[in-house]
Design a binder for this molecule. Structure first.
Ligand code: UDP
Length: 242
């Protein structure tokens, strides 16, 4: 699989179809797949988290999760054609699990959010086995969380602790966790639970989800500058690293 470098982070040239095609192969061989989002936030902040950069480098599928990544690739002669959004990829994994009676474990989010998300998932994907769920504020130790997941031995593990916690958790534990397909999914459980709304279709169609999210949450208003800053920084990085 070909990849490109964006601010020192590899991003794979792949589509949803490429990833989905790989899923049965990984499940059949029990080889671990790590589908990890690369987005502008991660690219600009990751120098503070070298262990996250190493983890992304060692991951099997580094997805171009952000229109900023696609834009920078285009501007620098790269070949990444479309955004692979973490949330949509997770939905496709869930559909696959449902159609093939596979199991999934969910780790992260607030307890009430997790509970509502599980109820919705059970309804939406009745043939998928929910192997277990642990909220992201649990009093369990890391070892205990890993033990619970390993007892359930799920096909899919979704980790929703936000950046960089989820990547750090995966970096520390992926080798000892008994699951096959791993994904870091940020605030996805909040959306699945209905507690947070996804951007209206207009914003999704025009690649402006980032703008909607910044505008609709005062705590995120500063992030409005994240995309232009990211584009400028990564073009600069590319010029110096030709
Ligand atoms: N979260 C969690 N444990 C924590 C911190 C965050 O489970 O210690 C969850 C949070 O409830 C949310 C998700 O991680 O469901 C993403 O959090 P946030 O929106 O803060 O992350 P960001 O979007 O900034 O990466």
């Amino acid at each position: 699989m070909k990849h490109e470098w964006i601010m020192g982070i590899p991003v794979d040239q792949l589509t949803y179809e490429d990833i989905l095609e790989d899923v049965p192969r990984y499940l059949d061989s029990s080889k671990k797949m790590s589908a990890i989002s690369v987005n502008p936030q991660i690219a600009t902040q990751s120098k503070d988290f070298p262990e996250v950069v190493e983890f992304i480098k060692s991951s099997t599928h580094r997805i171009p999760d952000g229109i900023g990544i696609v834009l920078v690739s285009k501007l620098t002669g790269g070949k990444i054609k479309e955004r692979v959004a973490g949330f949509e990829l997770m939905q496709k994994f869930l559909e696959y699990a449902n159609e093939n009676s596979r199991s999934a474990f969910f780790y992260g989010a607030k307890p009430e959010v997790l509970q509502d998300a599980m109820a919705n998932l059970q309804q939406q994907y009745p043939a998928m086995k929910i192997a277990g769920a642990i909220d992201g504020y649990t009093a369990l130790s890391e070892d205990e969380v890993v033990d619970q997941i390993n007892q359930a031995s799920p096909d899919f593990l979704f980790v929703a602790l936000g950046f960089p916690r989820q990547e750090q958790w995966l970096a520390r534990n992926i080798k000892r966790v008994d699951a096959t397909i791993f994904q870091d999914v940020g605030g996805s459980f909040d959306v699945l639970s209905g507690h947070v709304k996804r951007a209206p279709q207009f914003y999704l169609d025009h690649h402006l989800e980032w703008l909607y999210r910044s505008l609709s949450n005062p705590a995120r208003i500063g992030r409005i500058f994240q995309l232009p800053v990211f584009v400028i920084k990564s073009l600069w990085w590319k010029m110096r690293n030709k």
